[in-house]
Ligand binder design. Structure first.
Ligand SMILES: [Zn+2]
Length: 299
């Protein structure tokens, strides 16, 4: 995924997920949060010493890097609701895991000011805010997490339940007043796995008015091909309804996808061939996500 390929693929909006901590021997089943491979990467890529050991600084520096690109390229950043209508390719900054706050509620405002407009509660390990689907305890929303959820909603940050534990998904859905996303995920109905959504969770997200973004990689869809992705999308539609399913590429998410951003028209074509109407396909390939972002973004 890069800007020329986004343009070739006709992509209007790409969410850029920022990662701030990755445990050693990361796996899908159970990780502890006390190791971290990123210091080596941040040192080797000549980022400032402030980023070597501060998760928040890592988030801020990556946000600044994307923001500086918007000044020198056709890419623009979505910060307010009206920005969704800007012509040309757009990016939205997202955070993978509230551990980037380093346990400080005040950091939420700093990250918002840096441009973050979507935040996942967890990534590959349990953190101060919530348990992860890949954590060693997989607990629900913590007291700290419970204070963050209304603050995120008040600021205009879309809450992302991708990577969250089943308990954290349940606790968050009981607390939110706005629609959420599960930005990149699979469904148990076509591909069992620790982070893929059950039918009951699909119905819960639909009831919330949110969107489930179907990923393209093997652990999300089991069959990582255009057909496999379409099968998962059709299954999610059959349970959650056509207003609650979208695309969850995870391009450049350290996973292999069957096509790059230029291949997205193959998905559109296959969804039409599967019998979906043009109107329904347009909901799946962006309309639903746009609706949820519009409901959350600040004016
Ligand atoms: Zn992720």
């Amino acid at each position: 995924m890069d800007l020329p390929r986004l343009q070739d693929g006709g992509v209007d909006l790409q969410v850029f997920g920022v990662v701030t901590r990755v445990p050693h021997s990361r796996n899908y089943d159970a990780n502890r949060g006390d190791t971290d491979v990123l210091p080596t990467l941040f040192i080797a890529s000549w980022r400032s010493p402030a980023t070597w050991f501060s998760l928040k600084e890592r988030a801020l520096v990556q946000a600044n890097e994307l923001r500086s690109l918007t000044g020198t390229s056709p890419l623009s950043l979505v910060l307010r609701r009206e920005d969704l209508s800007i012509a040309g390719p757009k990016g939205l900054l997202a955070l993978e895991g509230m551990h980037a706050l380093e346990g400080r509620a005040e950091a939420l405002g700093e990250l918002y000011s840096a441009g973050f407009r979507m935040m996942g509660l967890t990534h590959h390990f349990d953190n101060e805010a919530a348990g992860s689907a890949h954590g060693d305890k997989k607990y629900g929303l913590t007291e700290f997490g419970r204070t963050l959820v209304p603050e995120m909603e008040a600021l205009g940050i879309t809450i992302d339940l991708a990577h969250a534990s089943p308990a954290a998904i349940r606790d968050t859905l009981a607390l939110v007043t706005k629609p959420v996303v599960v930005s990149h995920v699979g469904v148990q109905g076509t591909c069992p796995g620790p982070r893929n959504l059950s039918d009951e969770q699909l119905r819960d997200i639909a009831r919330n008015g949110g969107v489930i973004g179907i990923g393209y990689w093997k652990a999300a869809v089991c069959d990582p091909s255009v057909e496999g992705i379409v099968t998962a999308i059709l299954y999610a539609i059959s349970i959650a309804g056509v207003d609650h399913v979208g695309l969850g590429s995870d391009f450049d998410g350290n996973v292999a996808a069957p096509f790059d951003a230029t291949g997205l028209p193959m998905l559109t074509e296959s969804l039409l061939e599967a019998g979906l109407s043009m109107e329904d396909v347009s909901k799946i390939i962006g309309g639903n996500v746009k609706r949820v972002l519009a409901a959350n973004l600040p004016l």
